[in-house]
Design a protein around this ligand. Structure first.
Ligand code: ADP
Length: 520
């Protein structure tokens, strides 16, 4: 526990530099940890205030804190904001001229710079390593730390070299920060940074002002315009998969009297920035964008986020929808879902390595199941990020609609038994095949036609059993293996349920007829 004197100093600095009266959530304990030179791992939703967790301790110590950040635009944004507050902050990346970069290096060596933002690419340059070795570095902050993990949604190979470089610079405390990390990604980050001993500060991902809704994508344009008419003159973001679709949807909205502008990386930068500013300054209500839009944008009153096309992962979906309602007021997140979008996303990656394709496939399967499930959206999302919630949120489409449910006790027990009999070495698809008695080379090669549960669930199809397994995961009877997320095993809670089972209702998944899916 920090002394009262240190606490007072921290609070004074918070007020003096940032103008805030209070810390938010875990900020103060996190900062204290860094000041104690302990490795720290911060997982906090977007907008919760991660930056302050490394900015403030940087100002409380001698020397320069290094902030590794993946996006040049974000870096510039933060440095501008800090300089406006009177903080000595700079960045080192490929956009600087030789003389600018020399000035930054000189000020770092002199210990004048309190925060130095560096792109991972610049960090790997030999002369920069040399510079940092000679400078007085207080600690290293790694922003968007999920980029380290191949299992994450934004893998950046150069992030995997960070630890090696830090070791070359010196024995420095690390603070890793991210807004999205499933338990698997978390384990990967800690292993890669050799900070298994780090204290993890995990904030709840629950956003109770967001209303989540998914509709089968049947007539996307009609569904879109209907939604927007119900939220007239409100500020909103519409995400589309391709630049072409962005242009098309923005045009369609304009024709229909909606004040909308496009945003994507293919536009010339002046026009793109102009559209972004128009959105931020309320000169346009709706921005139609690819996922290039939104990182680092802090517009508090975005009232809705629409996914016109399916996102590529639940991590992406959570981050993108998280841009709604930052002011805490009720906001809406609507997705138009179709399996053909999922197929398109798989196709986008067809030329990638096998590992990458498999990873994409797993992320998309999760996405697809999330869309079809009638379990509370919040519970599903939080479970995905490793947070178990017992109660439904009562503010998503699934909570607001009455779904057919059934007593699943016997089916849960059968599914758990099958996972055990196959020695927890298989994934959902295989377990479903065993339950339904579907013979495949794979099932036969493991002699799983011989086990007692083979075909015992044949009155239902694979889809039904997948739903039983997924709902059992949300209820923590089953869990994914942390090392290999494609494998599932029975948890302690599951074992207890086997010994003392009780009636439990599961809900029927959505049965969206495939012929209804849009030909978009
Ligand atoms: P994140 O990096 O977690 O997405 P930011 O660091 O950008 O979030 O912070 C989001 C917003 O919250 C910013 O506008 C920031 O100034 C504000 N903020 C952070 N900490 C506090 C605090 N203790 N009191 C008030 N506002 C804060």
């Amino acid at each position: 526990m920090a002394s009262t004197k240190v606490q007072t100093q921290l609070k004074d600095k918070l007020k003096e530099v940032f103008g805030y009266n209070q810390f938010r959530g875990n900020q103060e304990v996190i900062i204290q940890h860094i000041l104690d030179r302990k490795n720290t791992f911060v997982i906090m939703p977007t907008g919760a205030g991660k930056s302050l967790c490394y900015q403030l301790p940087a100002l409380m110590q001698e020397g320069t804190a290094i902030v590794i950040s993946p996006l040049i635009a974000l870096m510039k944004n933060q440095v501008d904001q800090l300089q406006a507050l009177g903080v000595d902050a700079s960045f080192l990346n490929s956009t600087l001229s030789k003389s600018e970069s020399n000035r930054v290096k000189k000020e770092t060596l002199e210990g004048k710079t309190k925060l130095l933002y560096v792109a991972p690419e610049s960090l790997t340059k030999e002369d920069n390593i040399e510079l940092l070795r000679k400078s007085n570095i207080s600690f290293i902050a790694i922003d968007e730390a999920h980029c380290i993990s191949e299992w994450g949604h934004d893998f950046r190979p150069e992030y995997r070299r960070i630890k090696q470089i830090i070791e070359a610079i010196g024995d420095l405390p690390i603070i890793a920060l991210t807004a999205t990390a499933t338990p698997k990604v978390r384990a990967d980050i800690q292993k890669n940074l050799k900070m298994e001993d780090a204290n993890i500060f995990l904030s709840s991902f629950h956003r109770d002002n967001l209303f989540y809704e998914i509709l089968p994508k049947t007539e996307p344009k009609v569904q879109l315009i209907r939604f927007i008419r119900n939220h007239q003159n409100k500020s909103g973001i519409i995400y589309c998969l391709s630049r072409k679709k962005v242009e098309e949807v923005a045009e369609f909205l304009r024709i229909n009297g909606v004040n909308a502008l496009p945003y994507h990386a293919g536009m010339d930068s002046a026009q793109r920035m102009g559209n972004q500013d128009a959105f931020l300054n309320e000169d346009c209500d709706v921005i139609v964008a690819t996922i290039a839009f939104g990182m680092g944008i802090d517009k508090p009153d975005v009232r809705f986020v629409i996914h016109y096309d399916a996102p590529k992962s639940l991590e992406g979906y959570y981050q993108e929808t998280g841009r709604a309602g930052r002011d805490g007021l009720e906001s809406f997140c609507m997705m138009l879902f179709s399996e053909s979008d999922i197929a398109k996303l798989e196709k986008f990656h067809k030329d990638k390595s096998v590992t990458e394709r498999e990873n994409v496939h797993i992320l998309l399967q999760e996405m697809s199941y999330y869309a079809h499930s009638s379990v509370c959206r919040t519970r599903q999302l939080l479970h995905y990020f490793g947070e178990d919630v017992e109660h439904n949120c009562n503010h998503c489409d699934n909570c607001k609609t009455k779904h057919a449910s059934f007593n699943a006790k016997d089916q849960i027990l059968l599914a758990l038994k099958t996972v055990e009999e196959t020695e927890s070495r298989f994934g959902i698809e295989h377990i479903c095949n065993v339950l339904t008695g579907t013979k495949s080379d794979y099932v036969e090669s493991y002699n799983h036609t011989e086990i007692s549960t083979f075909g015992k669930g044949s009155e239902f199809d694979n889809q039904h059993w997948e739903s039983i397994i997924r709902q059992s995961m949300i209820n923590s009877f089953l869990s994914k293996d942390v090392e290999n997320v494609t494998l599932i095993k029975v948890t302690e809670k599951g074992k207890k349920y086997q010994k003392e089972p009780y009636n439990l209702d599961y809900t029927q998944d959505y049965q969206w007829p495939s012929e209804l899916e849009a030909l978009n």
